[in-house]
Design a protein around this ligand. Structure first.
Ligand SMILES: [Zn+2]
Length: 300
């Protein structure tokens, strides 16, 4: 989200646990532990109010490295190459995020280069400790490699969220969609320059975003879409927290769908933490601090 009036400073805490295929109970316990520690201040991403490069590196590089090490051990692979692969992927993700800064003032070529770098980096990081696979989100569709050939899947969140936007009155902006490689929407401005009803200048729900007719603040929202790609593997997803859902979806939707709900789960957990601790979810959760720091050079 990019809001009209930032509040005074703020403290931060939070983060996301790593893990791709741990036992659901172990994953749920890890998730609850991190949320609890974040809520009680047991683990601060920053010890002070400002969100900085150290936090960006911790989230995008260190956490994927830890996850890759655990995954390699579980798959009986060598740990060191897996951790190195995740580090390389993580550095690419961090660089891609930095390149999304003020994307609204840059060319489509630069936006696509950042998106490709993000997806290559995320693919390297997420498949470290297992077989190398490439996955890339393109709006509701995902390109995925399977056994050396390219295939496609439908993102669960990536399909539902745009439909909700359309029913909420947002219109697809095709020039922006093609510029950024993900579904972009536009809405008319209110008299105070905001759009929608929450006082936002622009906002995102995972892999899509909504701006005014001019596409203002698209760079900030593009960071959120990159977070969506990262959290598709780095955050717990609905089917990990609730394994029965996976079977239910396969019975009704077949094997073509893909669980891309990591960003939504992470965002909901961080908003819950904000509500419990009296913080502002539009500015003081790590997902927003990261976007403001990278895209707007604002530190909360
Ligand atoms: Zn935001």
């Amino acid at each position: 989200m990019t809001s009209a009036s930032p509040p005074d400073g703020g403290r931060t805490a939070g983060g996301r646990p790593a893990g791709r295929r741990p036992a659901p109970r172990a994953l749920l316990l890890t998730f609850l532990l991190v949320v609890t520690m974040a809520g009680t201040g047991g683990w601060h991403l920053s010890s002070t109010a400002a969100f900085d490069d150290r936090d960006i590196t911790l989230i995008n590089v260190v956490l994927p490295m830890i996850r890759a090490g655990i995954r390699a051990r579980r798959h009986h692979r060598k740990v060191a190459p897996a951790v190195l692969q995740a580090a390389l992927g993580g550095l690419m993700m961090r660089e891609a995020m930095a390149r999304a800064e003020r994307a609204e003032d840059k060319s489509a070529f630069k936006a696509w280069r950042a998106k490709l770098m993000m997806n290559v980096g995320a693919s390297l990081a997420e498949s470290a400790g297992g077989d190398l696979e490439f996955r890339m989100d393109l709006g509701p569709l995902w390109l995925v490699t399977r056994d050396g050939r390219l295939d496609w899947r439908i993102g669960l969140h990536g399909t539902i969220a745009p439909l909700l936007n359309m029913t909420d009155g947002a219109r697809v902006s095709w020039p922006q969609t093609f510029k950024y490689g993900t579904l972009a929407f536009k809405r008319g401005r209110n008299t105070d320059g905001t759009i929608g009803t929450r006082g936002a200048l622009a906002y995102s729900n995972a892999n899509n975003f909504i701006t005014n007719d001019d596409g203002s603040h698209a760079g900030h929202e593009l960071i959120h879409t990159f977070q969506y790609r990262r959290d598709a593997f780095l955050s717990p997803r609905l089917t990990r927290l609730w394994p029965a859902l996976e079977e239910h979806l396969e019975n009704h939707l077949g094997h073509r769908w893909l669980d891309d709900t990591g960003w939504g789960v992470n965002w909901a957990a961080q908003c819950t933490w904000a509500r419990l601790t009296g913080h502002d979810r539009d500015f003081e959760i790590p997902l927003e601090k990261e976007a403001y720091y990278l895209a707007d050079n604002i530190e909360f």
